[in-house]
Ligand binder design. Sequence first.
Ligand code: FES
Ligand SMILES: [Fe+2]
Length: 383
Amino acid sequence: MTTFDDIRDIEAEALPTRFARGWHCLGLERDFADGEPHTVHAFGQKLVVWAASDGTLNVLDAYCRHMGGDLSRGSVVGDAIACPFHAWRWGGDGRCAGIPYARRVPLRARTAAWPTAQQDGMLFVWNDPEGNPPPDDVTVPRIPGATSDEWTDWYWFSTTIEGANCREIVDNVVDMAHFFYVHYSFPTYFKNIFEEHTATQIMHGVAREDVRRPQADSGAPTVLGNTSVATYHGPSFMIDELTYHYSDGDVNSVLVTCHYPVSPDSFVLQYGVVVEKAAHLGDSAPQVAAKMGDFIRIGFEQDVEIWRHKARIDNPLLCEEDGPVYQLRRWYEQFYVDAAEVRPEMTERFEFEIDTTRPNEAWRAEIEANVARRQVAAGERPA
Ligand code: FES
Ligand SMILES: [Fe+2]
């Protein structure tokens, strides 16, 4: 007989009220470079982003320290942002750069300027609830393909996810089984490595015969499988060296998946892909990047559909074939505590490879059954 003692309860503490310490990508530089102020809702605040004349992107708190006007609805004047309320000018360093109608600028007229970095076509801001600048050894690695003529430009996508905390997307790092059930892929190898401020997922996959791919009907090369080495550098920025194996050759790409929190229960999810212009692709590399990007978007929509309806859970009930969810969350915790509170177990090296024997047997059987069912439905095989 079942007693209440046997029932596993879902536990979930209140959502964290602070936002992760680290570099967060706000998007592509080119999308902020038009000489206009841009509004960005991030870290529970409103920010203004604009480009100075030399292309440097500035990020300030949007609310003007004079009377609270919204600078992101103001205008760019020279290198400064002018408030729409009384035209006070603010420089990218956060200092008041002038008040057109005043004899003098008040002492200590200074607002919050966010540390920024511009790299490989992207804009990053540094968030630290303790207010410290970014340490020199906490950086985002370069992506050589992003600035190379041998690779395509970014194919970029951005969407806002409401009703979910960004921990949900980070959990994906260790979640092998959902790739089969949610994304219709077939992982054959799956390993995680966590160390310092990085968390890596290594995954090899094969294509599924029971999932109809649009290219199968068009005579285009078919996907045979993929190899992916994806690393989070800090709490929110993942670089995935992703190779798709097609029947006519490999396509090498780099997929960036990143997010920044808007509030404790919403975040902006972005991804971008660049593709190597391999000889066998001819001039079609940009179209390949676009097709890959659109395919990846379907994957995110599949995740979003799950997040929209699921419960937050602090105590997942796991089986042996699940990845190291608890260890991943311990790693992720380092970004939510003060720098002095980061404990060795949050950052020390941890490796775990899932034994895929049993999942692969089960999935092969499921695929065979699906294929048989389809053949029966199509009259290609007796019931
Ligand atoms: S509120 Fe910004 S200038 Fe007055
Ligand atoms: Fe996913």
